[in-house]
Design a protein around this ligand. Structure first.
Ligand code: SF4
Ligand code: SF4
Length: 128
């Protein structure tokens, strides 16, 4: 199991209707981050502020110039869904997450333990 290499696949795969935000996250954005809140409609993210329709690619996903990596423009205020990904080995295999290495497939229980260690910081910010 490697650290995330910011390949962007998860953001690209899930940003078109695959992410949810809690009521408390949405309320926080409404008060403190109206720039994020404007992409919420009827409790759904990420919606076009002009049309109210789902946006295909997350508006906060930024490609690093001249590299095949991506960053998040709202990293500290991203939804908890994003803070928790990857959640388990099954999803990582399905999504072709690049943190996976061949030994992880042979021993998924051990891989999940390492995943939980690697994700501790990201998940610790849950609810902040
Ligand atoms: S909010 Fe950030 S982490 Fe979440 S899908 Fe968008 S770019 Fe990715
Ligand atoms: S798919 Fe995996 S390696 Fe790629 S950005 Fe997402 S978590 Fe990181």
């Amino acid at each position: 199991m490697k650290e995330c290499n910011q390949c962007g696949k998860c953001c690209i795969n899930y940003s078109c209707g695959g992410l949810t935000a809690s009521t408390s996250e949405i309320e926080y954005w409404e008060i403190h981050r109206p720039d994020i809140y404007k992409y919420v409609s009827n409790g759904n993210i990420w919606m076009n502020p002009d049309t109210g329709k789902q946006i295909e690619l997350c508006p906060w996903l930024r490609k690093t110039p001249n590299e095949n990596t991506y960053t998040c423009d709202i990293y500290l205020n991203r939804p908890d869904d994003c803070k928790f990904y990857p959640v388990n080995i099954e999803d990582m295999i399905k999504d072709e997450c690049e943190m996976l290495e061949p030994p992880d497939l042979c021993n998924p229980n051990q891989a999940e333990k390492i995943l939980n260690q690697l994700m501790a910081d990201s998940r610790r910010s849950f609810g902040e």
